[in-house]
Design a protein around this ligand. Sequence first.
Ligand code: SAH
Length: 246
Amino acid sequence: MHRFFISPTAIHDARVLLRGTIVHQIRDVLRMQPGAEIVLLDNSGNAYRAEIVMIDRDTVRARITDQWKLETEPTTRLTLYQGLLKGQKFDWVLQKGTELGITRFVPLLAARCVIGNLEDVSDTRLERWQRILVEAAEQAGRAVLPHITAPLLFAPACASAAQSGLALMPWEGERSRGLREMLQNVDKSKELSVFIGPEGGFADEEVALAQAHNILPVSLGSRILRAETAALATASAILYELGDLG
Ligand code: SAH
């Protein structure tokens, strides 16, 4: 059954009034008819089964037939600070990271990013990222939409991560400290942050600055992974080790 995030204000008792892009989605893309059933998510953990009653030019009306609590959010709140990537790779990290259970994404403008400055990240790109998160979260049945922040420069990103729980930086130059050992005594209820570099990796000064903020370099093993592989492998390993992935 198709799932859609909606504003809680669209629901009045058992009646639902939908407007905006969701109308286009239901009517033109999915070609649904009155009588069809959908699942509505209010982004605070409530799910509603609803039957479509009426579809017109600007609105869809539906009737709620069932309601339940969604328990699909991971216990561990994982933030991914991801170096901006070329082409569609960043989109891919957002989509797959949402499926896996990442809670927050911070696009990172690191020294070796191809893109030169924050102004070059266009509004259309930000909107596309937001749309990718919504679609992936609906598809995965997430109870709460992951959050994506505005892109940050490296130094403010370090300062921000330093204020929350454990922060790790997978770095191919790390020889002794492995990801696994860092996860042995983690407090699952705290936020956990991960820094992944762009295609060219982190610059030495960035690794040093991160360490100065107590962001710990860790190894992902002896092979060099592409940035997008490293991001998803790290998220999977963390969520698995902390019991949120099977
Ligand atoms: N600078 C490297 C590749 C960077 S890989 C080169 O071109 O040779 C991109 C990112 O993936 C890195 O910044 C790091 O965060 C992560 N990464 C890839 N392989 C890794 C490994 N074996 N251990 C830790 N981190 C790794």
